[in-house]
Ligand binder design. Structure first.
Ligand SMILES: [Zn+2]
Ligand SMILES: [Zn+2]
Length: 348
């Protein structure tokens, strides 16, 4: 079968690889219909992910039709149309029973090598082996198109969790750090929770234009000081909630800078720095709440699917490009060069 394979930094190629087979009786095999390229894939593309090796099949945003299930899979059947959660989990340990799948000892991330668990081939391919299929696969209603539900498997759950962990309330002024695909879905989620005003903070004009289209107030931090603008809109207080959707030191600095005293900073960006300089006295004096989270499609699907069905959220509106599986290497180039906002891959 065809799959997009990582060969080294900035070098991904379509290759023929063996079709996956059931390894455990809790596995399923998924025939992929639709996939996407995620910002998190770019960390791998650049070769920044620990343990990444040539030959890894990329991709963790994908959905399709179940081709085959193992003997212990009971909730999912061949022929079901499903989204794969980007992260996997066993479904039966203490954390899984609380719905905290990211902390499951069997957790992994598709197409990401051994960085976060077992190395699993990803979904920018024709077929994928899905571990713990009863837990990891999310059935979707037949009346919802792939475009509408695909992002539930990753970036929509991430953005939704960011706003939800931030405790955004009706009337709040919210600052969202980042206006990429996750940032914009975070902004949409903040509006769903009742935000009166959402400031979108980024430095790329084309991304800020997307944010503005969905109702956010754009701030280009290379041209204007986000803190000054947000303070002038809040009688000097700052944002009630700051949502960090980028990852890395500067975005987190920015979130802490714009949030008001007794505000909340909710963080879903991928953070790899292990010595972040946090001022405890500032946190104490301002009574700040900081909350980290990883979007968990398995836990959030029951909350998000009705919002999609009722068109309260229309995540498909962020799709800028549609390509076929053969064009995924070119898709990486476009996405990495910021020439594409969000790329959908029509696989089969
Ligand atoms: Zn992702
Ligand atoms: Zn578990």
């Amino acid at each position: 079968m065809k799959a997009c394979v990582w060969k080294g930094p900035h070098n991904v190629r379509m290759e023929e690889v063996p079709e996956p087979i059931l390894v455990k009786d809790t596995d399923a095999i998924l025939k992929v219909r639709t996939a996407a390229i995620c910002g998190t894939d770019l960390h791998a593309y650049h070769g920044q992910v620990p343990g990444f090796e040539s030959g890894i099949v990329l991709g963790h945003e994908f959905m399709g039709i179940v081709e085959q299930v193992g003997s212990k899979v009971s909730a999912i059947h061949a022929g079901d149309r499903v989204i794969a959660s980007d992260i996997t989990a066993c479904g039966s340990c203490w954390y899984c029973r609380q719905g905290l799948h990211w902390n499951c000892a069997s957790r992994s991330l598709f197409g990401y090598g051994p960085a976060f668990g077992e190395s699993l081939a990803g979904g920018q391919s024709e077929y994928v082996r899905i571990p713990y299929a009863d837990t990891v696969l999310i059935p979707v209603p037949s009346d919802l198109s792939d475009d509408k539900v695909l992002f539930l498997g990753d970036i929509l759950s991430t953005g939704f969790l960011c706003a939800s962990n931030g405790g955004v309330k009706p009337g709040d002024v919210v600052a969202v750090i980042g206006s990429g695909p996750v940032g914009v879905l975070t902004q949409m989620s903040a509006f769903i929770q009742g935000a009166a005003k959402v400031f979108a903070i980024d430095r790329l004009p084309e991304r800020l234009a997307v944010a503005e289209r969905f109702g956010s107030v754009p701030i280009n931090f290379e041209k204007n000081d986000p803190r000054a603008i947000i303070e002038s809109a809040t009688k000097g207080r700052g944002a009630d909630v700051a949502l960090e959707a980028v990852g890395g030191k500067e975005p987190l600095d920015s979130a802490l800078r714009v949030v008001r005293p007794h505000g909340t900073v909710s963080i879903v960006g991928v953070h790899l720095e292990d010595n972040y300089p946090f001022s405890a006295i500032d946190g104490f004096v301002r009574e700040l709440t900081m909350r980290f989270g990883v979007g968990d499609p398995m836990r959030l699907a029951s909350q998000i699917l009705p919002l999609i069905e009722n068109e309260v959220i229309q995540p498909e509106r962020i799709i800028s490009h549609r390509i076929t599986l053969n064009d995924v290497p070119e898709g990486y180039r476009l996405f990495n060069d910021r020439q594409a906002f969000k790329i959908l891959v029509e696989v089969s």
